[in-house]
Design a protein around this ligand. Structure first.
Ligand code: HEC
Length: 283
């Protein structure tokens, strides 16, 4: 398994060419189904296509990169991340993903996977956390954070979400997140709930999951980070949220801001019991 991932990693260019072909295949598939004007069968078509891709999810490449980054000595302090505490003790990676965001005593903050990784990169490796937060998604150290998050999420694949809600700040985070989720504003007067507040909503071809409760295994919070076929990028949850703020016609929230952590806590707690399939593959 490890070996085959590593081998595929070196065949990156070939994979990208393959992805291009697959993207074109998807476009053709969408065009074909759209021509018959059967929206449900289009969703089925996408599901089928996703199934076909599962064996060759390019997220594997980011997973391999993330594992490598975790173990490599890097940064001004020339250290690895192997002593990073993601909530279950220094160096523990398995199972942490399905319990984040959670409270961290050392930073006195509720943190999600990405912001916690940045904390470790600052403390252990000497990187500047504020600089990383300012870096656009997909660039420099921000791209490394996404790769790390992809590998760490993958280490909890198949496990069920069970965010802790014992600490008062964790419960506060949930309550703030709930308010954020229902907060309406902007030119369209949208909230997250406008699009994700009830079952069976769709925008064009995309089914919109109801995120006010457990939407099911591998849906919503339980699917990200995910590889997006439509733009050939690996998207972390922070970027997913950022893009939904764009859909909402709201200003972009800052990377790792309290708003993004709180709404993640809200969705994560609601997803209790859902099985994680992250890193998933998405349209
Ligand atoms: C105008 C409608 C709209 C609003 C408002 C909106 N979203 Fe979304 N959201 C979408 C669409 C469309 C998708 C699917 C995108 C795709 O497949 O490309 C999506 C996907 C998601 C997903 C991933 C679902 C999955 O199963 O993969 C999450 C999580 C999410 N949104 C959270 C939020 C949150 C939190 C907010 C409020 C900050 C929000 N969204 C506001 C339209 C919206």
């Amino acid at each position: 398994m490890r070996h085959s991932i590593a081998a595929r990693y070196t065949e990156h260019t070939g994979d990208m060419a393959r992805m291009k072909t697959l993207t074109l295949a998807l476009a053709a598939l969408l065009a074909a189904t759209a021509a018959h004007a059967q929206p449900k069968s289009t969703a089925d078509g996408i599901a089928e296509y996703r199934k076909m891709l599962e064996d060759g999810n390019p997220a594997d490449l980011f997973e391999a990169k993330g594992e490598d980054l975790w173990k490599k000595k890097r940064g001004p302090l020339n250290a690895s991340l192997e002593k990073c505490d993601l909530g279950k003790g220094p160096g523990v990676v398995k199972g942490v993903f399905v319990e984040l965001p959670r409270w961290f005593e050392d930073t006195k903050k509720v943190q999600d996977l990405e912001t916690r990784l940045v904390t470790c990169m600052e403390k252990l490796q000497g990187f500047n956390a504020a600089e990383i937060a300012k870096t656009p998604f997909g660039r420099g150290e921000q791209a490394n954070v996404t790769a790390l998050a992809t590998w760490i999420a993958a280490e909890s694949r198949g496990m069920r979400f069970n965010l802790p809600q014992k600490h008062i700040e964790e419960r506060k985070s949930y309550e703030i997140g709930k308010r954020v989720f229902y907060f309406r504003g902007g030119p369209m007067d949208f909230s997250c709930a406008s699009c994700h507040g009830e079952a069976d909503k769709r925008i064009r071809l995309q089914d919109l999951p109801d995120l006010t409760k457990n939407p099911g295994d591998g849906i919503g919070f339980a699917a990200w980070p995910a590889y997006r076929v439509s733009n050939g990028q690996m998207w972390s949850m922070q970027l997913r949220l950022n893009d939904c703020y764009r859909q909402q016609r709201f200003p972009y929230p800052g990377f790792g801001s309290e708003v993004t952590i709180s709404v993640a806590t809200y969705m994560g707690v609601n997803a209790k019991g859902a099985k994680s399939i992250a890193p998933a593959i998405k349209r």
